[in-house]
Design a protein around this ligand. Structure first.
Ligand SMILES: O=c1ccn([C@@H]2O[C@@H]3COP(=O)(O)O[C@H]3[C@H]2O)c(=O)[nH]1
Ligand SMILES: [Zn+2]
Ligand SMILES: [Zn+2]
Length: 238
């Protein structure tokens, strides 16, 4: 995990991840703190082959401009950009264009090898990594996706509580691990609260790990039962 913090956490980097396969490294969300976190890890940006985006908030896409510029001008290449099709236009028009538009560089594919994903469709992104975007509720009328990775790992990104989805993932689809955003103190508003997650049955809770938490997280350590915290700069196998 490049980070496990909420958007405004100061002691944790943004909830972004690096996913390693045998041959590639993919960044899952590239927020404002992503490059600082990579630097702290001693991980060169040139090691990143691909990026996958969940939604347009700075803690998830705020590092995309730096990614695009450094890849283009320092390394002379275009990383793969996997983005659900409905998000591609808004990603350029409402987020990246302001910084990246210049003369002949006028679209996402001037900076990235763009690969459009279809919501609800499982696609192999790189050898050994398949992703299915699931459109999920975060902010009313905001396009936002969670991901099922390799059929048995669910990454919520930012998600309001959706117990039926979690139940279906576990009971019908055999998802074994859920990395879920967790607002420690209510109200959740645009995220899922710890209290809401605690209301789930044990067979679901025991698959959940908590991420996207605020700076008060140390006060909750050891008090979240079977749902333990995901830690930044730790590696997890799935
Ligand atoms: O209607 C809104 C919109 C936003 N926000 C805050 O801004 C943050 C943006 O990143 P995030 O999605 O990780 O978390 C969001 C919240 O902390 C909010 O509380 N209510
Ligand atoms: Zn967020
Ligand atoms: Zn968000």
């Amino acid at each position: 995990m490049l980070g496990t913090g909420s958007a405004f956490a100061k002691t944790y980097f943004n909830t972004n991840a690096l996913i390693y396969t045998d041959s590639h490294t993919l960044m899952l969300d590239c927020g404002t703190t992503a490059h600082q976190s990579l630097h702290r890890l001693g991980k060169p940006l040139s090691d990143i082959d691909a990026v996958l985006i969940s939604h347009i908030h700075a803690d998830h896409v705020g590092g995309m401009e730096e990614l695009a510029f450094r890849m283009k001008f320092a390394f002379g290449r275009k990383p793969l950009l996997f983005v659900p099709e409905p998000l591609a236009g808004p990603l350029w028009e409402t987020s990246l264009k302001g910084g990246l538009l210049q003369d002949e560089f006028a679209a996402l594919d001037d900076y990235f090898e763009v690969r459009l994903l279809q919501p609800g469709v499982r696609t192999e992104l790189i050898p050994g990594l398949a992703a299915e975007p699931i459109r999920t509720a975060h902010i009313p009328n905001k396009i936002s996706y969670s991901y099922v990775l390799n059929d048995d790992f669910f990454y919520s990104a930012d998600l309001t509580f959706h117990p039926e989805l979690l139940r279906a993932l576990v009971e019908e689809r055999g998802v074994r691990t859920i990395f879920h955003d967790c607002q420690l103190k209510p109200p959740g508003a645009v995220h899922t609260t710890l209290k809401e997650l605690e209301s789930l049955p044990l067979h679901i809770r025991e698959r959940i790990r908590l991420m996207h938490y605020d700076d008060t997280k140390p006060q909750y350590e050891g008090k979240t039962g079977v749902m333990t915290f995901v830690e930044q700069h730790e590696r997890y196998r799935f």
